[in-house]
Design a protein around this ligand. Sequence first.
Ligand code: SF4
Ligand code: SF4
Length: 177
Amino acid sequence: MAEKKKKTIKTIKINVDKCNGCRACELICSAFHAAPKYSSNNPARSRIRVIREPLSDIYVPVYAGEYAVAECAGRDKYTIDGKEYDECAFCRASCPSRGEFKEPDSGLPLKCDMCEGEEEPLCVKWCTVDALTCEEREEEVEEDVKMEDIEIGMASMVDRYGLQKVMDTVARMSKKA
Ligand code: SF4
Ligand code: SF4
C-alpha cells in the first residue's frame, strides 16, 4: 500500500567549466565521513572524486553512485568543446575495473549520502568557485505504508469495536472496492 507524501529532493549541479581541480570537495567529504568525524582527511575515502588531467585542462567532479558488481562491456568517449574525456570520466559507479569510490581499507563501495544531517552538502559549501551548486525542490512521492503502522491501527480498532465488527466492516469495504 502506498500513500503520497511531500519530499524535498536535492540536486547538485556540476559546472565542469568552473572546476579548477583544487580538490577541496574531496577533503571535506572524507573529513566529514571519517570516524570520529573530522579526525582525518583522505581523498581516497571521499564520495566525490575529481577526475583530473591538468595538461588537457580537464577537471570532472563525479559523485559516487550505485555499486556495480561487474564492469560494463561497452564504454563511451565524449568530446566536449574539443576536449576528449576518458571512457569512465562521467561514470558514478563503484565498479571492479577502477579504484574510485572504494573504502581504501575494506574495499567496500562508497556512496554519496548528501551529507546526511547537514543543511547543505559540504562539498557544495566548500567549492568557492561555484562549480558545485545545490538546488532543492518539493516532489510528491508514493511512500509504502509500513505494515507495523497498519497493524497498530487495526489493533486499536479491534480494542475499541471488537474483532467481529472490524472484520464485518473490512468484508463490506472489500465488496465495494
Ligand atoms: S572544490 Fe570545486 S573547484 Fe575544487 S575540485 Fe571540487 S568541484 Fe572543483
Ligand atoms: S554531498 Fe556530502 S557525501 Fe556527497 S560527495 Fe558531497 S560532501 Fe560527500
